[in-house]
Design a protein around this ligand. Structure first.
Ligand code: PCA
Length: 323
C-alpha cells in the first residue's frame, strides 16, 4: 500500500515537472503565411501541440518576420531559434550536397524528385548533423520555370536582363545566359520587380503567384527544370533536450507534414500556372532555342557539381540513377 502511494506521488510529481517544462518554441519561416509550405508548418505545429498536450508549443513566424530567409539556417545552427525552414539549395556554397536538388534537368517530376530526396537524404542528414542541426522534413516547390518582363524566344532576348537569383545555381545559369544575377529573397520579390531591380527569374508558379508577379512580369515559360526543396530543421541541442515521448510525436507529425506537403505541391502545380493565364500573363513552354540554352547550362552545372561534390556526390548520383 505504502509503495503504491509513494509511486502515485512520484508519478504526479513527474507529471508536474514535465508540465512545468512545457516548451514554447519559435519556428522561423521565410515564405508567406498563405504559401503551402507555411500552411503545412502551421499544421505541423498544431499537431505537435495537440498530441503532446501542450508539452511543446511551436509558433510559426512566416514571411521572414523573425529571421529573413538568408539568416534562418545560421539562426537555427546557433540556437538563436530552435527551429526553422530553409530552401536547401540556398546553402549550396556551404556544401554541394545542399544543391543536388537544383541540378538542372536531373529530376524534373515529383516521382524523380522523391527518388533524389531518398538517395541524398543520408548525406544531407550527415551534413546537417555536422552543422549541429537535425532534419525533420523536406518538401519540394513545384517545377521551376522562367519569368521574364520581355518575350524570350532566343538567348539573345534575355542578354543583359537583371535576374533574381535564389541560390548559387540560379546565379550561374543567369551568368551562362548573359543575364545579371542578384540574390533576392522571395519576401522582397514584388518590390524588386516593381522597382526594376529584377526583370527575370527562375522559380515555381507558386512563388510568382504568392508575389502577384503578373503585376510586373508578362511572360512565364514552363521549363520544369528541377524541383528545389525546403527543409524544416531543428537545432540539435534543443532537439536533444526534448523528452523521448515528445520527440516521437514531433517525428510522427513531421512525417505526416512531409507526405501532405508533397501531395499539396503536386496538386497546386498546374493550378498556379493557370492563374497566370487568367491574370493575363503569356504562358508557354520554352522555345527550342531557349530550352537548348537552359539544357547546355544544365550540363555544365552538373559537371561542375560533380567536380565539387567528389566521390561522395558521385555515390549519391549513382544511388539515384539506380532507383
Ligand atoms: N520558390 C522559392 C524557391 C523555389 C521556388 O519555387 C523562391 O523563389 O524563393
Amino acid at each position: 500500500m505504502k509503495i503504491k502511494i509513494l509511486l502515485a506521488s512520484v508519478v504526479s510529481f513527474a507529471a508536474m515537472t514535465s508540465m512545468s517544462h512545457a516548451e514554447k518554441w519559435d519556428m522561423a519561416l521565410a515564405y508567406a503565411a498563405t504559401n503551402f509550405h507555411s500552411e503545412m508548418a502551421a499544421e505541423f505545429a498544431k499537431e505537435v501541440a495537440e498530441k503532446t498536450n501542450g508539452a511543446l508549443e511551436i509558433t510559426t513566424h512566416p514571411s521572414g518576420a523573425l529571421f529573413g530567409g538568408a539568416e534562418i539556417f545560421g539562426a537555427v545552427r546557433k540556437g538563436l531559434v530552435p527551429m526553422g525552414e530553409r530552401l536547401i539549395s540556398a546553402l549550396g556554397n556551404e556544401d554541394p550536397i545542399y544543391e543536388i536538388d537544383s541540378i538542372p534537368f536531373l529530376a524534373t517530376s515529383y516521382a524523380d524528385a522523391m527518388k533524389l530526396y531518398k538517395a541524398s537524404k543520408p548525406a544531407l542528414e550527415k551534413t546537417l548533423a555536422a552543422a549541429r542541426t537535425t532534419l525533420l522534413y523536406s518538401c519540394p516547390w513545384p517545377p521551376q520555370g522562367f519569368y521574364s518582363i520581355k518575350e524570350a524566344n532566343v538567348p539573345d532576348d534575355v542578354k543583359g536582363l537583371k535576374f533574381r537569383a535564389y541560390n548559387p545555381t540560379t546565379s550561374k545559369i543567369a551568368e551562362f545566359l548573359g543575364m545579371a544575377p542578384t540574390k533576392i529573397e522571395a519576401a522582397e520579390l514584388s518590390q524588386a520587380f516593381a522597382t526594376g531591380v529584377a526583370e527575370s527569374m527562375i522559380s515555381s508558379g507558386s512563388t510568382g503567384y504568392d508575389r502577384k508577379l503578373w503585376e510586373h512580369v508578362g511572360y512565364y515559360y514552363d521549363v520544369k527544370a528541377w524541383l528545389p526543396r525546403n527543409m524544416v530543421i531543428v537545432n540539435t541541442k534543443a532537439w536533444d533536450g526534448l523528452d523521448d515521448s515528445v520527440k516521437a510525436v514531433v517525428k510522427e507529425a513531421a512525417a505526416t507534414a512531409e507526405a501532405k506537403c508533397w501531395a499539396k505541391s503536386e496538386e497546386l502545380d498546374s493550378w498556379y500556372v493557370e492563374q497566370f493565364t487568367e491574370k493575363g500573363m503569356k504562358v508557354a513552354p520554352a522555345s527550342p532555342e531557349m530550352q537548348k540554352a537552359f539544357e547546355e547550362a544544365g550540363v555544365k552545372l552538373r559537371d561542375e557539381w560533380l567536380e565539387r561534390a567528389g566521390d561522395a556526390g558521385a555515390a549519391v548520383l549513382k544511388a539515384y540513377e539506380g532507383m
